[in-house]
Design a protein around this ligand. Structure first.
Ligand code: AMP
Ligand code: MN
Ligand code: MN
Ligand code: MN
Length: 274
């Protein structure tokens, strides 16, 4: 069995349609997959239809942006009911906020002499969401920057000229939406928030207090030491463990579908609860 419980389609900031994500996952040996687009469930049914054509089990998923103490954190919801009204109406708030934020980002870039609106609109799927990744790709297409990292470093990252604050729902609210939809809340890529040890413990404690049940222990870009720190937290707080590549696009070789590796034997995999 090979699990990948974190990846994106073109309904958020990935580049492939859901059916293509599923078939590439199959080609790469994945047998348990969750499509976890940012703040949208739009790709879930296409992914499920494609999974029926393959020897792959699909888990309904989503990656929800949340505010924790003024920082953006990501909560993956696994095994959610995509028809749940509380989850859907919560995500609609974030989708509306994304559209307003996008207008402000586009205006800020226009002040810098860059017009990305058409390029962004061309990338969007009907029913999909807009993200800063789309803006970054527009800046790359127009040769304003050379790559994604530079787009965030020079324009889109916090404190940069085209940065606009995001009004994400609170961490506890997001966990409630996931639980209301019958899902398991997973704290995504805990090591990517660049928190000190004490702050990370504080985040995990508040996540657990809110009803969070799992940590993403293995991701494609995590080193052995980071995995070890996550395992310690999982054991200390009696949590489940998840694994996911955070795949966005085949042109990012550091995060391929299924490249997230197995979970250490010392933790309980989140799929035992599915
Ligand atoms: P948003 O949710 O619209 O704020 O966009 C966040 C997305 O941008 C994340 O999901 C990442 O895929 C991407 N991202 C954030 N920071 C970087 C970075 N430094 N380099 C490349 N991609 C990034
Ligand atoms: Mn992303
Ligand atoms: Mn994320
Ligand atoms: Mn992700």
């Amino acid at each position: 069995m090979k699990a990948d419980l974190h990846c994106h389609s073109a309904y958020s900031d990935g580049t492939l349609p859901p059916a293509e994500v599923v078939s590439q996952a199959v080609d790469r040996g994945v047998t348990l997959l969750a499509l976890t687009d940012h703040d949208t469930l739009a790709g879930v049914s296409e992914a499920a239809a494609s999974a029926e054509q393959h020897a792959l089990t699909l888990i309904n998923g989503v990656e929800i942006s949340a505010d924790w103490a003024g920082k953006t954190v990501h909560i993956v919801g696994l095994n959610i009911d995509p028809a749940n009204a509380a989850l859907q109406s919560g995500l609609e708030l974030s989708q509306a906020m994304r559209i307003e934020r996008m207008e402000l980002i586009i205006t800020a870039l226009e002040r810098q002499g860059h017009c990305v609106r058409d390029s962004v609109n061309q990338q969007l799927l009907p029913g999909g969401i807009v993200t800063r990744t789309h803006i970054a790709r527009a800046l790359i297409d127009q040769a304003v920057v050379r790559d994604m990292n530079r787009a965030f470093k020079r324009y889109l990252g916090q404190g940069k000229p085209a940065y606009v604050n995001s009004d994400w729902p609170a961490l506890a609210t997001v966990v409630q939406w996931i639980k209301a939809a019958g899902g398991i809340a997973v704290l995504a890529h805990p090591m990517r928030y660049r928190l000190g040890t004490n702050r990370l413990v504080q985040l995990v404690e508040e996540f657990v207090a809110a009803g969070g049940a799992a940590l993403e222990v293995v991701t494609a870009t995590q080193d052995a030491n980071q995995v070890r720190r996550c395992v310690q937290l999982v054991q200390q707080y009696g949590l489940l463990a998840s694994t996911g590549s955070d795949f966005h696009s085949p042109d990012q070789p550091w995060a391929r579908l299924g490249s997230c590796g197995p979970l250490p034997a010392s933790v309980t995999p989140v799929w035992e609860q599915f």
